[in-house]
Design a protein around this ligand. Structure first.
Ligand code: NDP
Ligand code: 2IT
Length: 451
């Protein structure tokens, strides 16, 4: 077993690009991880011999299927559904489902790849997967969403299961959609099992799951600052997004004494110099989340706030930034602008929100920078706790779960410090997260032999 021992990063990436033509997001995610892993495995023969990185970067399987549904005007509509099962070496495939018109095989492969490292970092027994469809829930009636979810699950059910693959929510998929999908799974299989997480509390859901990703991203930020002898209290934050992750990140920043200056959606951002407090966050949750309204109306409802159509919030000077909307929402120039305006900490609530140029800007500037696979792992971690509660047919208390979430984020921070500490005393959290996530999966794969 000698192959690839002397292949360098560029030769490896050339192979990834050749095998995955046009899958730009997937190639980007593999490169970001490989930059660190290549250096780490240089003197570790077993990882070369077993071709571990090459194997993690090839999903176990990609399932793609047709989803037909009927809209309210009796038109037959056809969408494309997917489930990417990337790696189940350390537990059942686990990861969200995204409904958004931009969903493609490349995006779901990148998300399933990232999820493999993220889930490993949590310390819980979960493999990596991701799914979704190019369905746009915006402007659809409740019944249209229900029919779509039912049709989606009518195919997906045969590929998932509580010991096989456990999906959850992501962009465009919240408690409502999970309820429709869980109902259809139960109906088809006649089984009440923990096949999905993020369920309603009445049917096996876990307390704290809704808040977990946003809160977790702020706990991680808190840990990074504490490591440098600093704190959130008194600092300003720029946040993108106005969905589940963004609103809960904002909530926790406010609780810890920080001031939230912005939120955004796909049409622009709001800037509220006096701060977006809990009452205003509730307004956003209700207006965007429940009534599915327009964020621009925030500026007419709240004195002093301004609306910036078709712009991103990165030009607003701040101490901390939390990108919580979507992939590649910040480029190198925007990252550089944040740093030059004094931003000293970035915690990614979204998955891969900063492009590779931006990642290098933050690394070179030496600011506290947490990649999504570490910072946003709180969501999937509480999903893992939901799976445990479902298996035991128990529900744990809010207090217990809040504490577990904090402990898990602390644990992830420690693992990043273990593998990412630099000679200058700072921590490269990208490197730390990549290596710590990799080692556990790699060692399990070696134990299984060549399968
Ligand atoms: P939501 O659907 O609740 O909210 C998504 C937010 O991002 C909305 O404000 C939306 O704006 C905005 N957005 C989505 N797509 C785009 C786009 N292409 N351009 C600009 N803005 C966009 O999703 P979540 O809050 O759950 O997810 C946000 C991010 O966090 C994603 O990257 C997701 O993968 C990640 N994540 C989520 C977890 C979870 O538990 N939910 C766990 C870990 C990571 P609009 O309303 O205009 O579409
Ligand atoms: O990106 C993610 O970690 C999620 N969307 C949550 C996945 C999960 O299984 O809870």
């Amino acid at each position: 077993m000698k192959n690839d021992e002397h292949v360098n990063l560029e030769q490896f990436m050339a192979g990834v690009e050749r095998r995955n033509p046009h899958e730009t997001e997937f190639i980007q995610a593999v490169r970001e991880v490989s930059e660190d892993i290549f250096e780490f495995i240089q003197d570790k023969k077993k990882y070369h011999e077993y071709q571990i990185l090459r194997r993690i970067a090839e999903p176990d399987r990609v399932i793609s299927f047709r989803v037909c549904w009927e809209d309210d005007n009796h038109n037959i509509r056809v969408q494309r559904g997917y489930r990417v099962q990337n790696n189940n070496s350390i537990g059942p495939y686990k990861g969200g489902i995204r409904f958004h018109p931009s969903v493609s095989q490349s995006i779901l492969k990148f998300l399933a790849f990232e999820q493999t490292f993220k889930n490993s970092l949590t310390g819980l027994p979960m493999g990596g997967g991701k799914g979704g469809a190019d369905f746009n829930p915006k402007g659809k009636s409740e019944h249209e969403v229900m029919r779509f979810c039912q049709s989606f699950m009518t195919e997906l059910y045969r590929h998932v299961g509580d010991d096989t693959d456990v999906p959850a929510g992501d962009i465009g998929v919240g408690a409502r959609e999970i309820g429709f999908m869980f109902g259809q799974y139960k109906r088809i299989t006649n089984k009440f099992t923990g096949v999905l997480t993020g369920k309603g509390l009445a049917f096996g859901g876990s307390l704290v799951r809704t808040e977990a990703t946003g809160y977790g991203a702020v706990y991680f930020l808190q840990e990074m600052l504490a490591h440098r002898g600093d704190e959130i209290n008194g600092k300003t934050a720029v946040i993108s997004g106005a969905g589940n992750v963004a609103t809960h990140a904002a909530e926790k920043i406010v609780q810890l004494g920080g001031k939230v200056l912005t939120l955004s959606d796909s049409t622009g951002f709001i800037h509220d110099p006096v701060g977006i407090d809990q009452e205003k966050i509730e307004w956003v949750k209700e207006h965007k989340g429940v009534r599915r309204g327009n964020l621009a109306e925030y500026a007419t409802e709240h004195k002093g706030a301004t609306w910036h159509a078709a712009e991103k919030p990165w030009s607003v000077p701040c101490d901390m930034a939390l990108p919580c909307a979507t992939q590649n929402e910040m480029n190198g120039a925007e990252a550089a602008l944040l740093v030059s305006n004094g931003c000293m900490a970035v915690s990614e609530g979204a998955n891969m929100p900063v492009d590779l140029d931006g990642v290098h800007v933050f690394k070179d500037a030496g600011i506290c920078y947490a990649p999504g696979k570490a910072a946003n792992a709180g969501g999937v971690a509480v999903s893992g706790l939901e799976m445990s509660q479902n298996s035991a047919r128990l529900s744990w208390s809010e207090e217990q779960l809040q504490q577990q979430l904090k402990d898990i984020m602390k644990g992830i921070h420690s693992r990043c410090v273990e593998y990412g500490s630099l000679d200058n005393g700072k921590v490269d959290y990208v490197k730390g997260a990549n290596i710590a996530g990799f080692v556990k999966v790699a060692d399990a794969m070696i134990a299984y032999g060549v399968v």
